[in-house]
Design a protein around this ligand. Sequence first.
Ligand code: FMN
Length: 348
Amino acid sequence: MNAFLTEPLRIGNVSVNSRVMLAPMAGVTDVVFRGLVRRWAPDSLICTEMISSNGLVYSKRFDAPILDKTVSDQPIAYQLAAHREEVLLEAARAIIRDKQPDTIDLNMGCPVKKITGNFEGCALMKEPDLAYKLISSLVKTLAQDGTPTPVTVKFRLGWDSQSMNYKEFAQMCQDAGASMVTLHARTRAQGYKPGCKWEAFGELKQLLNIPVIANGDIYSMQDALHVINTYGVDGVMIGRGTQGQPWLIGDIDQALKTGVQVPEAPVQKRLETAYEHARLLVDYRGEVTGVKEMRRHLTDYVKGFAGASQYRGRLTAVNTLADVCAILDEVMQSVLEAAQAGNLAVAV
Ligand SMILES: Cc1cc2nc3c(=O)[nH]c(=O)nc-3n(C[C@H](O)[C@H](O)[C@H](O)COP(=O)(O)O)c2cc1C
């Protein structure tokens, strides 16, 4: 058993009792999804969706749902996208005042055109001087304010395969005062295509003395152990693997801490959690918005077993919680029938 796996992760002045964290995912990691993840992963650092500093500061909507958190929603990282120093400072100060986050993460890896076209997200990897100014100014200002919340940075390998500047960029983040970096081991041009360059994690570990977190294509305890043992990273961040499986972070965290792997969840747990997720989202957002927002999650839950695909089309068109319940019941019924007929390769 590797003792390191049970030691707290130190991010500046904050200590987190887990090496497995939830990646920020716009449209996914809202307060309801985080609540589910948290149920199985009480110790993990869990990140909000990306929050636009411009959007927040210009709209003055400091009560926007994207900022919501519950009292038990901690440790939590609030992720900000920004390219203007004074706007970033105002957004971060408001969030610290109202939400007391454990860390503030700066998004310097988002590949989406709407974001990079605004000189935010991964566009900052082409403007390291501006990125330095944003990080260092935020770190200094928070210290001067007496609210020295650790500032962390999440970025990619670089803009494209011709300009992979992740090593210089990581060094710059550390020099600017960042307390941790997370590398999503793909370029902006790669989007989400297969082919993460996990070796880059080891290169950053050689360079930096702040924690380095590995992100990209980590789906299991074996993946997590591989990047920790091979590249010496301080922790892992998991995104898509949690969609339709909000227990994954907790299962991997527990497996790393105890050495005992948690068996794959049965289909019944997926479907019951899907329904509960829908109900919680409807309670939070109302039926019209809640069910609409739930559609994408439903297709995540209903996959990975025989016959699942025939229901996904219908799940993307549901309008009421009663419809959700009826279709999930049908799915469960067909799974039970398939299991009785001996046609199902997964646990029910
Ligand atoms: C639907 C979706 C939304 C995402 N939104 C964000 C975001 O708001 N901020 C961010 O830094 N990364 C975002 N990402 C990237 C993830 O945080 C993560 O870096 C990426 O998915 C790779 O990790 P994975 O292979 O574990 O999914 C998003 C990814 C997905 C799939």
